[in-house]
Design a binder for this molecule. Structure first.
Ligand code: ADP
Ligand code: ADP
Length: 208
């Protein structure tokens, strides 16, 4: 049976930043719906063209599109023993559909206040060659690669405010849903990247 881990939290909480560590600790490959969608957008596939409208407006992409994407991804051989979901599920409906195809062992929830989120997102930069994530102040890139870094189109203050609203309305209740199932582990996400990494490592050491 596939046993997966969900990395949960508001946009900009540090999910992508901490995903490598969790993958290393658990051996589960990272599956980021955000990365998959951006890939489809850059390829200008039918799915990408449809998803782009929602992403640029800071809205969630419809559940049907996301669920189909995940179903296909879970057919890949590397997901045989479960994966690390990053940014999925984001609605209760997505979580209910996920229950039908994989078993969620634990949900690691990164808790970060809204004020901090805005600062993190507006200063986020990505390396298109490696996918590495940086922050102009909190995690500055090495000098030699700084010229090639990009800022995501949806990482503006305006869009972040809408993304946070979508999070509070549609995604946060999912945290409570998982809590009722006894699967949620809340991690203080408002320290340095190293401190949050330590909190995660400690939590994972207890789940076996
Ligand atoms: P962040 O973690 O910074 O919010 P992501 O890279 O996870 O960003 O997602 C970027 C955008 O892609 C979201 O704002 C949303 O439009 C879309 N998206 C990603 N994952 C999902 C999902 N599970 N359900 C609906 N929309 C999604
Ligand atoms: P998410 O995947 O949850 O949207 P990211 O991992 O992309 O979040 O992080 C958002 C931004 O915040 C990035 O610029 C990243 O470098 C920065 N960041 C991540 N974790 C921390 C932290 N603990 N303290 C300060 N900045 C952080």
């Amino acid at each position: 049976m596939k046993e997966s881990i969900v990395l949960f939290g508001p946009p900009g909480a540090g999910k992508g930043t901490q995903a490598d560590l969790i993958s290393e600790l658990t051996g589960k490959p990272q599956v980021s719906t955000g990365d998959m969608l951006r890939n489809a957008v850059s390829k200008k596939s039918q799915l990408g063209i449809e998803a782009k409208k929602y992403m640029e407006a800071g809205l969630l992409v419809p559940d049907k599109i996301i669920i189909d994407l995940i179903k296909n991804r879970l057919d890949d051989e590397d997901s045989i023993t479960g994966v690390l979901f990053d940014g999925f599920p984001r609605t209760i409906h997505q979580a209910e559909e996920l229950e039908k195809i994989t078993q969620v062992k634990v949900v690691i929830s990164l808790v970060v206040p809204d004020e901090e989120i805005i600062e993190r997102i507006v200063g986020r930069r990505m390396d298109p060659e490696t996918g590495d994530i940086f922050h102009i102040t909190f995690n500055p890139p090495p000098e030699e690669i700084s010229h090639r870094l990009i800022q995501r189109k949806d990482d503006t203050k305006e869009t972040v405010i809408q993304r946070l609203a979508s999070y509070h309305e549609q995604t946060k209740p999912l945290g409570e849903w998982y809590e009722k199932l006894g699967k949620l582990i809340s991690i203080e996400g408002n320290g340095t990247i190293e401190e949050v990494g330590k909190n995660i490592t400690e939590a994972i050491s207890h789940i076996g």
